[in-house]
Design a protein. Structure first.
Length: 275
């Protein structure tokens, strides 16, 4: 895959902008590609050029990508000034459960409906779901929808105040663990070893819930891009976004290998001969 230079803002000109109404709620979703569907959820502070770069890699690997707008300014470069009010708004939004004790975020219901629609439109054996940061755990919660068979959990940061929390209600946690056993699912996950927002405690909690069906992979923080966009450098202040803001787009780099592992996992789960 060829490297591309990220511009300060992304026009999303190569995506179809759709307003999709599900369960009485309208959201903008950017769609591109052909093949089985992969829902790619944005990280804070929104659908950034880095998130779109990753979505294009998935698209070019033979998938239809669905990128829902959940917060922020679509295509905007992540500056501190832009991002801080977005984070504050999301943390108090009724759609998200940013702190411990809140259980599963309500937006997960809409995302599961999006996965059902994407499966109907794109075919294949099922749908992939890629969450990042604020949406990281949503990829796991989406497996309560039978169409979702390939969850990828990237550096999940919720709940923000409990490093060992999973942002799940007890009932949902039980149902997810049962579904993983019943349908032979596996979750692929990534974090940096010194990430203060997604710690080893959180990965340990996933392992406790899913056992060896949780494949948590840890990269050295020294491998993170040392000059990410301003929001990540000055607010996040830690290696965090493995395949987006902290990815180093050089052949053989550990973050690029992580990206390629995700693409291989999606191919293995979704691109069967019958699809």
């Amino acid at each position: 895959m060829e490297s591309e230079n990220l511009t300060p803002d992304d026009t999303l000109a190569d995506f179809d902008r759709r307003v999709i109404s599900l369960d009485g709620d309208d959201k903008t979703v950017y769609v591109a590609g052909t093949g089985p569907a992969v829902v790619i959820m944005p990280e804070m502070p929104g659908i950034s050029p880095d998130v779109l770069r990753f979505a294009r890699w998935v698209r070019d690997a033979g998938f239809t990508v669905y990128v829902p707008s959940l917060f922020g300014v679509d295509g905007a470069y992540p500056t501190v000034e832009l991002a801080e009010p977005i984070v504050r708004k999301a943390c108090v939004s009724k759609e998200f459960r940013a702190f411990a004790g809140g259980g599963t975020s309500p937006v997960a219901v809409w995302l599961r409906a999006l996965a059902r629609l994407a499966h109907t439109e794109s075919g294949g054996p099922g749908v992939g779901a890629v969450g990042m940061c604020f949406t990281g755990n949503f990829a796991l919660t989406m497996t309560l929808e039978p169409a979702v068979i390939a969850p990828v959990i990237n550096h999940p940061s919720l709940p923000l105040d409990d490093p060992a929390g999973l942002e799940l209600s007890p009932a949902d946690a039980t149902a997810i663990a049962e579904r993983f056993e019943r349908d032979d699912l596996r979750a692929l996950a990534y974090r940096f070893d010194n990430d203060k927002w997604c710690t080893g405690q959180r990965f340990a909690a996933y392992s406790q819930l899913l056992g060896d069906r949780f494949d948590g992979r840890v990269l050295a923080g020294d491998d993170a891009n040392p000059k990410p966009p301003p929001f990540f450098e000055h607010v996040v202040q830690t290696p965090h976004s493995v395949v987006t803001a902290h990815l180093v787009d050089e052949e053989g780099h550990p973050t690029v290998r992580a990206r390629d592992e995700i693409l291989a996992y999606l191919r293995d789960r979704l691109q069967t001969e019958s699809s």
